[in-house]
Design a protein around this ligand. Structure first.
Ligand code: SAM
Length: 279
């Protein structure tokens, strides 16, 4: 299916509004509207949802989300140069696009959104991981979002879906898989973007689970995993010795041999360790 709105092609939008890409803002734009519609479709049925999009730039993915039927889209864009292009989209979809300008790390979008909420974004790479960790680590679960459909550098996407025993396995895999399902749903070569980045990219789709797979305190789990993987080549009894004076006993109580390395430990065991540390 090809997309379809009455707006000008994105190359013209960029030329008309002089939106030369800025590296410091992680600007690698998607200009193919069939591709952005395909990404939007990975986000699921949007017709009953508000969609939060971070970093719309000239609006390629925004147009995909709206053309695919999103009930409403809220965008947060730091680069004020993109505003006129986004306002043209808002005019073409009356009442369905709200634009906030500013830093997504500083703005709380919740006041502007009505559940159910899905998140979709071709993220600026410099803040992508930070935003993902924030979405994954609220104290309460389920979170405000039903799903996250996010573009990352391929290597980061692989860390999100990684399994124990692999080099990519670490904090991101554990935080993502503890309370969500996470899948790589698309792979994109550098040439899909303008300008092309140095590396390949991938879209990851995460669906929030109604409850965590295993009980644990989010802050304790996050801290223990960060500490364990900070020294991933050390045995856990050494890597975690700052967490408890009797760390070997705590590890054994969680069913983890103290000589094991973080890379080998399953999500279930890390949750048991977080519980044992809190006990
Ligand atoms: N979504 C557009 C697309 O797919 O073509 C642009 C994606 S580009 C990779 C990232 C976008 O995020 C840019 O438009 C950039 O200006 C914006 N951005 C960078 N840092 C940001 C921040 N802290 N808050 C909000 N937007 C940001």
């Amino acid at each position: 299916m090809s997309v379809i709105d009455t707006l000008p092609p994105l190359r013209d939008v960029i030329a008309n509004h002089q939106l030369s890409a800025r590296k410091a803002l992680g600007q690698n734009f998607l200009l193919d509207l069939n591709l952005t519609a395909k990404i939007a479709r990975q986000a699921g049925d949007l017709s009953q949802c508000d969609v939060l999009e971070i970093g719309p730039g000239p609006g390629g993915l925004t147009r995909g989300l709206l053309a695919e039927g999103a009930r409403r889209v809220l965008v947060i864009e730091k680069d004020a140069r993109c505003l006129p292009a986004l306002e043209e989209i808002a005019a073409a979809y009356p009442g369905r696009l709200q634009i906030l300008t500013g830093d997504a790390l500083e703005i709380d979008p919740l006041a502007h959104l009505t559940p159910p909420i899905r998140v979709a974004a071709n993220l600026p790479y410099n803040i992508g991981t930070e935003l993902l960790v924030r979405w994954l680590t609220p104290a309460e679960w389920p979170p405000y979002w039903q799903s996250l459909t996010l573009m990352f550098q391929r290597e980061v996407a692989e860390r999100i879906v990684a399994q124990p025993g692999s080099k990519a396995y670490g904090r991101l895999a554990i935080l993502a898989q503890w309370r969500s399902t996470a899948r790589i749903v698309m792979s994109l070569p550098p040439e899909a973007f303008t300008p092309p980045p140095k590396v390949s990219s991938a879209v990851v789709h995460l669906e929030a689970l109604p409850a965590p797979r295993y009980p644990a305190d989010a802050a304790v789990l996050s801290h223990v995993v960060a500490t364990a993987f900070n020294q991933r080549r050390k045995m856990l009894r050494a890597a975690l010795k700052g967490l408890a004076p009797n760390i070997e006993e705590v590890l054994e109580a969680a069913g983890i041999p103290p000589t094991e390395r973080a890379e080998q430990v399953s999500l279930e065991r890390f949750c048991a360790l977080a519980r044992a540390l809190k006990a």
